[in-house]
Write a protein that binds this ligand. Structure first.
Ligand code: OAD
Length: 238
């Protein structure tokens, strides 16, 4: 891989689908039986905090019943063996990249296993439920912890770091994302404009498919390990 040193990988719900984590845009347009605007907006949280907390409590509890799949493991292997810069920017709020062993992971939409205290503005690691209004371990306030998830209308995390990585990227790879939600959906155009090669791996062409130099259509659990073998074996990306 003489001409590729720095890689940015964007992952979405499709990378966790084979682990049994539901994607967002199912055929019925619902996310686990709910409209996105009923559970993933600040307005929904104001309107019905119990519903929103219970929804994310259930998602957090589900993490204990699922594990990383071949795509997560392959990306973790690439992370540990790739000699150049590498950043896995995930839109996913699960911890499956980390549980597979990946280290260079950035959660731009937050994490289920983190709680945000609206009293002290602290973020604390969180494994339990939030619907019962627990106490913040940082400031002692009760009932003001919310899921540390970036909802629609909120600004994704660490955009400066993502921008900097995109500036340096020789290769941008998008895996398992529909390309429906900005700013993540726009990363391919930024990377391409700045001169990176672009590759997507998804079950179907994403909404931004036209911006990729190459689209590989199929399951992440099969495509990603094969691609990582190519990268570590030195095969040139077409
Ligand atoms: P989506 O549910 O919109 O898209 C998932 C994509 O993965 C679809 O294009 C599927 O075809 C594809 N897919 C499904 N199974 C796959 C598999 N086994 N292998 C490969 N691809 C597969 O999820 P995201 O694009 O991640 O934001 O959604 C982006 C954001 O919208 C989420 O982070 C969330 C959501 O609302 C917030 O909550 C802020």
């Amino acid at each position: 891989m003489r001409d590729i040193r720095n890689i940015v990988i964007l992952t979405g719900a499709g990378v966790s689908a084979e682990s049994g984590v539901a994607t967002f845009r199912g055929p019925d347009g619902l996310w686990e039986g709910h409209r996105v605007e009923d559970v993933a907006t600040p307005e929904a949280f104001v309107r019905d905090p119990a519903l929103v907390q219970s929804f994310y409590d259930a998602r957090r509890a589900k993490l204990g019943t699922v594990g990383p799949n071949g795509a997560h493991r392959a990306l973790a292997r690439l992370d540990s063996e790739w000699p150049g810069e590498l950043l896995i920017v995930t839109q996913n709020v699960d911890d499956l990249h980390e549980r597979a062993g990946a280290r260079r992971v950035l959660h731009m939409h937050g994490e289920l296993k983190s709680a945000w205290c609206l009293a002290c503005d602290g973020r604390i690691p969180w494994e339990q439920t939030l619907a019962d209004g627990p106490t913040c371990s940082a400031c002692g306030e009760r009932g003001l912890l919310r899921p540390d998830i970036v909802w629609f209308g909120e600004i994704p995390y660490r955009m400066d770091e993502i921008d900097a990585a995109l500036q340096r990227a020789d290769l941008f790879v998008s895996i398992g994302t529909s390309g429906a939600v900005y700013p993540a959906a726009g990363f391919v155009q930024t990377a391409r404009y700045l001169g990176a090669r672009t590759l997507e791996m998804n079950l179907e062409p994403s909404q931004g498919s036209v911006f990729f130099d190459e689209s590989r259509i199929g399951r992440a659990g099969e495509l990603v390990p094969a691609w990582v073998d190519e990268m570590l074996g030195g095969t040139k990306v077409r």
